[in-house]
Design a protein around this ligand. Structure first.
Ligand SMILES: [Zn+2]
Length: 240
């Protein structure tokens, strides 16, 4: 079973997530914009560099704006300039991009590929395997106590049978802790991939830090668990 985690938006409390991941020997990929048009603060290049010493950094556009409505030149600029500034900060090439607000189309996908990325992460939940297209990297569950209606909306956008099991488990479970446990159990039985993702500003707002600590401890204690970054998952998982 593979466990991979990803954290979006470059909010400064990402450092706290990094601390908990390191504590439990877990891995993470942090998708960072240059700044956030929604008004939230973003880590400085120095803070990103520190994070990159232990974790994977991925792109998330310059301004954290929805990319599907942009003209081709601005679309390319949002993706490429962000990639270059993160590569300058970290001193290493970036491999992965995360679509802002999960929104993408063929043009956005092509622009991400043209920028030199090799994979892109979506927000399509309830997956426990990768898809054939690395620019369509799915996730399993957001680290956030969503209402059941939110899960239903996410599932209804692409009601694929491969998602049905984890979706049903998420609906049945009474809380986030139980949902993660149910998804982890499904992954364990099928040599699947548990991809948890979230935002550190949401962990802060809902005070989910203890739950993340407990969750990582439980996952690290499961037999045959392998923690990988998002890039490692895309690179190695198809052969496992
Ligand atoms: Zn985001």
């Amino acid at each position: 079973m593979i466990v991979t985690t990803s954290w979006d938006d470059g909010y400064p409390a990402d450092a706290k997530i990094a601390e908990l991941l390191a504590k439990h020997g877990a891995k993470g990929t942090f998708y960072v914009p240059d700044r956030n048009a929604e008004g939230r603060p973003v880590m400085t290049p120095g803070e990103v560099e520190r994070l990159a010493r232990t974790f994977e950094i991925g792109g998330h556009s310059i301004d954290h704006i929805v990319l599907t409505a942009l003209d081709p030149a601005e679309l390319a600029r949002q993706i490429t300039t962000n990639k270059h500034s993160l590569e300058r900060a970290t001193g290493t090439p970036l491999h992965g991009f995360c679509y802002v607000r999960g929104r993408y189309n063929a043009a956005v996908k092509a622009a991400v590929r043209n920028a030199g990325y090799t994979y892109a992460r979506t927000v399509e939940s309830f997956h426990t395997k990768l898809k054939a297209d690395p620019f369509d990297m799915p996730v399993t569950l957001q680290f956030y106590p969503h209402a059941r209606a939110t899960y239903a909306r996410n599932f209804a956008k692409a009601p694929h049978p491969a998602r049905a099991k984890a979706f049903a488990a998420a609906l049945r479970a009474p809380d986030l802790e139980a949902r993660i446990a149910a998804c982890a159990d499904a992954c364990r039985r099928t040599n699947g991939i548990l991809h948890l993702w979230g935002h550190s500003w949401e962990l802060e707002e809902r005070n989910l830090w203890q739950l993340l600590d407990d969750t990582l401890e439980r996952l690290a204690g499961m037999p045959n668990v392998r923690f990988l970054t998002n890039h490692e998952t895309v690179t190695y998982a198809p052969q496992l």
